[in-house]
Design a protein around this ligand. Structure first.
Ligand code: COA
Ligand code: MG
Length: 290
């Protein structure tokens, strides 16, 4: 069974596989992860050329560097399977499947990877971006508990959701909020990471900072981005604050004391602290890299 090591995913930048200038920029950027996109950002006439570019993009990549994911086309499309196999050859950290609608969609991709003896730590990420995906979200996310299924992360595909549902987009995303919360809830039930959708208006950084804050408050682990200008605000919003880290360290230290080792509940400065708070503290510390 493969264990997922927690990684910070505060800022996850899409880079179209066909945009040479953007690809050349990745090395200088402070985002936690990059998604090389073969899907929405690549026109049909360029799909095969984009797939061909993958090898060069991944060539010379250093081990242990920034997380790199490939977003393939949907397996139901004419490009999907070829993309998946080409991506697998490049040894990315994960493959992001778009238009996932059922748990079966994940299992199909998983079978294709198993058939080619892909390493167990080649993770699958799933875009949640259709009404059907939302209706099936519990079953999809439950695969997070089945380590053989490779599922590690859910990604909100808000542009497609808006297109598919006709929901109105307001600055506070109030009509999207319940669906976003459902994704967070399902991800937690499945022990998965979950990333908020993109913000298209990359020049309005004030609005972007507010949206990051909102995503953070909803419980997302990070945000998907489309432009380098968005990285700093996402990193700031999704990093634990200094106070949160101090509190978490105090909880860890308190439970590590010999007299508390076997206790379920203790008190710190007049506050009740249970083992569940220790789990919470460890999550904060993992996000802070401690
Ligand atoms: N990744 C890396 N670098 C990027 C980038 C990205 N996603 N988007 C822009 N850049 C780079 C540009 O190449 C440019 O580099 P330079 O300083 O060397 O000239 C710099 O950042 C400034 O870019 P700017 O001129 O402001 O934007 P643009 O007009 O070149 O690109 C978009 C605007 C929207 C076309 C581009 O940001 C993009 O393609 N984003 C990703 C879209 C995507 O993947 N969508 C699918 C998921 S929703
Ligand atoms: Mg999409």
């Amino acid at each position: 069974m493969q264990i997922r090591t927690p990684r910070p995913r505060r800022s996850v930048l899409y880079v179209p596989a066909t945009n040479e200038k953007a690809l050349a920029k990745i090395a200088q950027l402070a985002c936690d992860a990059v998604i090389i996109d073969l899907e929405d950002a690549v026109a049909p006439a360029e799909k095969l050329a984009a797939r061909e570019r993958l090898k060069a993009i991944f060539a010379g990549r250093e081990k242990g560097g920034r997380e790199m994911i490939v977003r393939v086309n949907a397996l139901s499309s004419e490009w999907g399977e070829g993309d998946l196999l080409a991506a697998r050859e490049c040894r990315p950290d994960g493959i992001l499947l778009p238009k996932v609608e059922t748990a079966r969609d994940i299992l199909e991709a998983n079978d294709l990877l198993d058939d080619t003896d892909a390493r167990p730590s080649l993770w699958l990420w799933a875009m949640i971006e259709t009404p059907r995906a939302l209706l099936n979200i519990g079953a999809i996310a439950a695969l997070g508990r089945d380590r053989g299924a490779r599922l590690a992360c859910l990604v909100a595909g808000t542009n497609d959701l808006v297109k598919e549902t006709g929901v109105k987009v307001t600055p506070d995303r109030r009509y999207l909020a319940s669906w976003l919360s459902q994704m967070v809830l399902a991800a937690r039930a499945g022990g998965l990471d979950v990333l908020d959708g993109v913000s298209n208006d990359f020049r309005d950084l004030d609005a972007f900072a507010r949206e990051c804050e909102e995503g953070r408050n909803m419980g997302f682990d990070g945000k998907t981005l489309i432009h380098p200008a968005q990285i700093e605000a996402a990193n700031a919003a999704f990093s634990p604050s200094g106070d949160e880290v101090t509190d978490a360290l105090a909880v860890r230290a308190a439970f590590a004391l010999p007299e508390n080792e076997k206790k379920g509940v203790i008190s710190i400065d007049g506050r009740m602290i249970e083992r569940l708070h220790l789990d919470q503290a460890e999550r904060v510390l993992a996000r802070a890299g401690k």
